[in-house]
Design a protein around this ligand. Structure first.
Ligand SMILES: [Zn+2]
Length: 292
């Protein structure tokens, strides 16, 4: 099987960012966004939480070893029963705690492709237990009414993966983007799991239709964000797409594009290369854009 260097880089990044720092030492921080919506951060994807009279609703759950701490942080906010958990996509830094959350009472909801991917034999050949899998899946969009508002959960096709959803809290005016947005850093497009530059850009444009200047945006990774930053991010995606597509049209090879700093320079200078570095993002875009 062909090696997948970018994926390995991502995994090394995730592993060094999590296992190596020792889950014992990870603190879960809670940020209050509105009267009943919170963002939890620890290691892995940002978690969204809605609490209220109906119970607890959460978005993503980081890694299994952090579940106890995550549940303790939620308990501080509310003693109500756990209702639903939505997985924004299948990656392990967003779904690692699924089994524990089911045991805590949550019903897991996700896109059809998340369930498909989580149901496949894992890297070590084992199958995930039933409790780690979504119970309710959907293909396009769904509405969840909980804690006094309707939450629009919508699929964005072939963006970060082939199973991404974004969530918009219609009254609270909060958007959770999953990994279709990393605030102030380059994205990662998982082309080996159905992600694409084109879908990523379309996803960002679609979310922009819902939000306004007051929207609070919970990104997949990075700090709480807003519409202005989100628009700059779209600009960055389109600029990189145009630059790299032009280079491809000129007949440039992957190695040449990887070496050509000018293609990403303005955003490198703005400090975007925190997750994927500048060479990696050029290769990531190249591989998506040449993929048929
Ligand atoms: Zn991801």
């Amino acid at each position: 099987m062909k090696l997948k260097p970018l994926l390995s880089i991502l995994l090394i990044y995730l592993v060094t960012a999590t296992y190596a720092q020792d889950f014992e030492k990870v603190n879960i921080t809670t940020t209050k966004l509105t009267a009943h919506i919170y963002m939890l951060q620890g290691a892995g994807g940002n978690i969204g939480v809605s609490i209220g009279e109906d119970g607890i609703f959460i978005i993503d759950d980081q890694f299994a070893p952090l579940s106890k701490k995550i549940l303790a942080a939620i308990k501080k906010l509310s003693n109500k029963p756990f209702k639903f958990l939505v997985n924004t996509h299948y990656h392990g830094d967003h779904t690692g705690g699924n089994e524990n959350m089911t045991k805590a009472g949550a019903t897991i909801i996700a896109h059809d492709n998340v369930k498909k991917r989580l149901s496949k034999p894992q890297r070590n050949g084992t199958l995930k237990p039933k409790d780690a899998l979504p119970v309710i899946t959907f293909n396009d969009k769904l509405n969840i009414t909980i804690n006094g508002e309707s939450i629009l959960v919508f699929h964005v096709a072939n963006a970060h993966t082939d199973g991404d959803v974004m969530l918009y809290f219609t009254k609270s005016n909060v958007l959770h983007t999953g990994d279709t947005y990393f605030s102030k850093r380059y994205p990662y497009i998982d082309v080996y799991s159905g992600g694409s530059v084109h879908g990523f850009i379309e996803a960002t444009k679609r979310a922009l239709l819902f939000i306004d200047d007051d929207t609070k945006i919970i990104p997949g990774h990075g700090e709480l964000s807003n519409k202005e930053e989100y628009k700059s991010y779209l600009n960055m995606l389109e600029t990189l797409r145009n630059n790299i597509q032009t280079a491809i049209d000129m007949g440039k090879t992957e190695a040449e594009i990887k070496a050509d700093v000018s293609l990403t320079k303005i955003y490198d200078d703005l400090g975007y290369s925190i997750g994927l570095n500048s060479a990696e993002i050029r290769v990531n875009f190249y591989r998506s854009l040449v993929k048929k």
